[in-house]
Design a protein around this ligand. Structure first.
Ligand SMILES: NC(=O)C[C@H](N)C(=O)O
Length: 325
């Protein structure tokens, strides 16, 4: 019989607030079993408790294990698709990781909660029902990995956590949600045009992420290089510019053959070789930085972690091509 598989990984959806200390902590893994009868109203579901971690404890290695596990389920003809419950802090990184590595057209949807299970207005149950309904709906096929929160459907490539506590935290600043969950059904308004896939291989390269700010120097970049980081992502200013004092470390990294990807710290728009002054985008392009096509820093880091494996196999590969997508 066809079914939706729910893989749980932890996060606030599987936590409760201690009413005395007012701190939120993980519950037993099987707490989410409570939802099963509500979900079975829509479709046959199976739940597997894969891990029970707060998402700040998520690592690329754990994402990789999750990808292998998800792939295994997707290959089963009886499985319509997968829901993954996840903490919200790093959810967008796991979603994008899976989007880059899973090739099946079956829907894979990540969801979670901003409010713990015993809080007034807890959003976990409605998000989980929404996610299961999206997976069970045939119109969700072939849209890549999705994120369902607060009745909105977002594409993994574009979605980001925008608010520390609001239940409407997940937004896609560039082009909005791609669909909506309504009482009557699932409605998609558009599908993501850009999607790229890579071979499933372990993400075992250390990639650093540095945010630029007025007056910063190259200390952090030099430190990453000295500590054996093999790739660096820099969140630059505006259209892709940096304080001139950061250039020394960047030149050293490029000379050592370390790929350096430039994104913008603006949450909307693209980096481009527009400015010709010291530290401007034109100079950074000429130095050999890789310009990323609208990804935020944390997602560009995930993409570099995956594509650097291709570069390590064949250093003549120009990584820029993967960041044009
Ligand atoms: N709302 C959440 O899930 C936040 C939590 N700190 C986590 O990411 O695990």
């Amino acid at each position: 019989m066809s079914k939706v598989v729910i893989i749980t990984t932890g996060g606030t959806i599987a936590m409760s607030e201690d009413l005395k200390t007012k701190t939120v902590k993980p519950l037993d893994q099987d707490t989410l079993d409570f939802f099963l009868p509500f979900l079975e109203e829509y479709v046959n579901v199976e739940m597997e408790h894969f891990m029970n971690i707060p998402s700040p404890h998520m690592t690329p290695e754990k994402m990789y294990q999750l990808a292998l596990h998800t792939k295994k389920y997707l290959e089963d003809d009886e499985v319509l698709g997968i829901v993954i419950t996840h903490g919200t802090d790093t959810l967008e990184e796991t979603a994008y990781f899976l989007d880059l590595l899973l090739t099946s057209d079956k829907p894979v949807v990540l969801t979670g909660a901003m409010r713990s299970s015993n809080e007034l207005g807890a959003d976990g149950p409605v998000n989980l029902v929404g996610a299961v309904r999206v997976v069970a709906d045939p119109s969700s096929t072939g849209k890549g990995v999705l994120v369902v929160f607060n009745d909105e459907i977002h594409a993994a490539r574009y979605v980001t956590k925008t608010h520390t506590s609001n239940v409407a935290t997940f937004q896609s600043p560039e082009n909005g949600p791609i669909g909506t969950v309504t009482k009557k059904g699932i409605r998609f308004s558009h599908a993501p045009l850009l999607r790229d896939n890579y071979e499933l291989s372990p993400p075992n390269t250390k990639i650093g992420l540095v945010k630029a700010a007025a007056g910063m120097d190259d200390l952090l970049i030099n430190t990453l290089i000295e500590h054996g980081y093999e790739g660096i992502v820099i969140e630059g200013l505006g259209q892709g510019n940096l304080p001139p004092e950061m250039l020394g470390g960047i030149k050293k990294g490029i000379e050592k053959g370390i790929p350096i990807v430039l994104v913008s710290r603006c949450f909307n728009g693209f980096v481009d070789a527009v400015y010709g002054y010291e530290g401007g985008g034109k100079q950074l392009k000429d130095l050999g930085l890789i310009f990323s096509n609208g990804l935020n820093g944390q997602k560009a880091r995930i993409k570099l972690m995956i594509t650097i494996n291709l570069f390590k196999k064949d250093p003549s590969i120009n990584l820029q091509q993967y960041f044009d997508v």
